[in-house]
Design a protein around this ligand. Structure first.
Ligand code: TNX
Length: 528
């Protein structure tokens, strides 16, 4: 029948693909240079992990990984100079590129050398040389790798406002990111549907703004009809928990980018502190999502950001800036007075004034502002970095103005979209985005010349959680698409190969099983 012909063809094609790439090691993202050698390194119980002082923590990370997933308890020894006879060596060398490393696997010895993050990335490649099952003996194929990242910004976001994810769920998300050398975790901490970070100066933000179900039931908060049921609408992180997650991420060379939304998407904050809300001339709040651009709001934001900056060592603070209902300001006496005083001609200029004022505050504290591409409207703040989400146009415009850019355009980088035919997949926002679409995305737009292209810091996959109520569902939506982000941000453009990637992606399911990670099975021909 037609079906069996299709089936046989699929098997035939997949066999060809496998034969063609069988010999490839399956490391994602693809290393810059990888040469396979003859033989194996057999990882025995007697192997010692020898490290220099700088790499003690990375050595312990590898030790814990092997103990957790392979029940192999190896010793870590710290040396001033690691002796040649040690089986697994993690040593520091000076490289001119952040994250660069060399990995040599030979019978009897594994040697990883690199700069700070480089050794950690070498360990991640090593982890992907291990089998996806705990078998004995553990064998690693001999090879020689010289690797370095293409982009410095290899990001993945998480929206914890629309549905809340626990500290453990967030840690696991960061842990799996790190296995694929992704290095920026964009934590969307506030939005209309919930404020998730404890702020000591404003306790009601979490006492009220994070207990949405409770107030929704009392009819005091609007019914959240955008959200699908099944998961937590309530919850927040204490400052102690935030510190714990920051440390956890640091140990994995992941930087956390906190996002505090303004001037739109602020319903939860306004619900907790109504003085923040935009009002019309009658004093009524005509939009509960918009901040009023008055002194109360600016003082509030400076106080909030002061606490946020103390928690996150990252240079960047994300201030949102997307989808603000700016026309509301034209009815607000505060905004109208501000326009008169500052000579602002439109609501867009009010937004620009708002963002610029926040930027000035951040710069005075040695922090840098990043925002969604709407911050271009009405004039971009002096040294703002732009996250281009409404396609690439905003990012291209910003790069031409010599502002830094992170590319995260619709549709490619939107993992709230289904991954295959919509009628077969869980409900999502936006039309289908396949892993192939993600893989083929190129962050370096052809519209930029060499000088302008230097402003593209990298790219990022985004997940919005309106339709993502649980951690298992989150993992399903984000993976395997995040693997494509890893390869397109880390690997050299000339090293991308979608057939090889398909093969390598399939090999990751062994690890996903080990890690208890619920990635969606991709529709690869021959996938078992
Ligand atoms: C737009 S992307 C938003 C989010 C929504 C998302 C749904 C962006 C900067 N803002 O608040 O969750 O659409 O796809």
């Amino acid at each position: 029948s037609n079906i069996s012909i299709k089936y046989l063809t699929a098997i035939f094609i997949s066999t060809c693909i496998c034969l063609q790439v069988k010999a490839q090691l399956h490391i994602i993202p693809q290393p810059l240079r990888l040469t396979e050698q003859k033989g194996n390194f057999v990882l025995s119980r007697k192997a010692v992990i020898g490290v220099d002082k700088e790499n003690e923590a990375v050595g312990k990370y590898l030790q814990t990984y092997l103990a957790t997933y392979y029940k192999l308890n190896l010793k870590v020894k710290v040396y001033p100079k690691v002796p040649a006879a040690i089986a697994i060596q993690l040593v520091t060398t000076v490289t001119n590129k952040e994250g660069a490393y060399n990995l040599e696997v030979k019978p009897g010895i594994v040697k990883i050398s690199g700069n700070g993050a480089g050794v950690f990335y070498g360990v991640q490649s090593l982890i992907q040389l291990l089998p996806g099952r705990a078998v004995a003996p553990l064998k690693l194929a001999a090879c020689s790798i010289a690797d370095a990242p293409r982009f410095q910004w290899r990001g993945l976001s998480l929206d914890v406002s629309r549905h809340f994810f626990t500290v453990d769920e967030v840690k696991k998300y960061i842990d799996v990111m790190a296995h694929y050398k992704l290095n920026v975790f964009h934590w969307h901490l506030t939005d209309d549907e919930g404020w998730r970070i404890q702020i000591n100066k404003y306790p009601k933000l979490t006492e009220v703004g994070a207990r949405i179900t409770y107030y929704e039931k009392q009819g005091k908060f609007r019914k959240l009809d955008n959200l699908i049921d099944g998961g937590g609408k309530d919850g927040f992180y204490t400052q102690a928990e935030i510190k714990e997650v920051v440390k956890y991420a640091q140990d994995r060379f992941v930087t956390i980018l906190p996002e505090i939304e303004m001037p739109g998407h602020s319903e939860a904050a306004i619900f907790a502190y109504p003085e923040l809300g935009c009002q019309d001339s009658t004093g009524a709040k005509h939009r509960v999502r918009m901040l009023d651009p008055g002194e109360y709001t600016f003082t509030f934001m400076e106080n909030v950001l002061t606490e946020v900056m103390a928690l996150f060592p990252n240079q960047y603070i994300h201030i949102g800036g997307d989808e603000a209902e700016m026309v509301d300001w034209l009815k607000s006496p505060t905004a109208v007075a501000l326009m008169k005083k500052e000579g602002l001609k439109s609501e867009k200029e009010v937004q620009s004034y708002f963002i610029k004022r926040i930027e000035k505050f951040l710069l005075s504290k040695n922090k840098r502002l990043i925002g969604w591409d709407e911050i271009l409207q009405g004039g971009l703040a002096e040294s703002a970095t732009v996250m281009s989400w409404q396609g690439e146009a905003g990012g291209i415009a910003a790069a031409k103005m010599h502002h830094h850019v992170v590319m995260t355009p619709l549709p490619y980088m939107y993992f709230d979209a289904p991954q295959a035919a919509e009628d077969l997949e869980p409900v999502g926002w936006n039309p289908t985005v396949t892993w192939q679409m993600v893989y083929n995305y190129e962050p370096m737009s052809k519209e930029l010349n060499t000088e302008e292209a230097k402003y593209i810091l990298g790219a990022q996959g985004n997940i919005w959680a309106e339709k993502v109520p649980t951690a298992a569902h989150l993992q399903y939506m984000v993976y395997p698409r995040a693997l494509a982000v890893a390869e397109l941000t880390w690997s050299a453009a000339e090293n991308k190969d979608i057939d090889r990637f398909a093969y390598k992606m399939k090999q990751q399911y062994g690890y996903f099983k080990l890690w208890n990670w619920n990635a969606r099975l991709p529709d690869i021909v021959g996938m078992d």
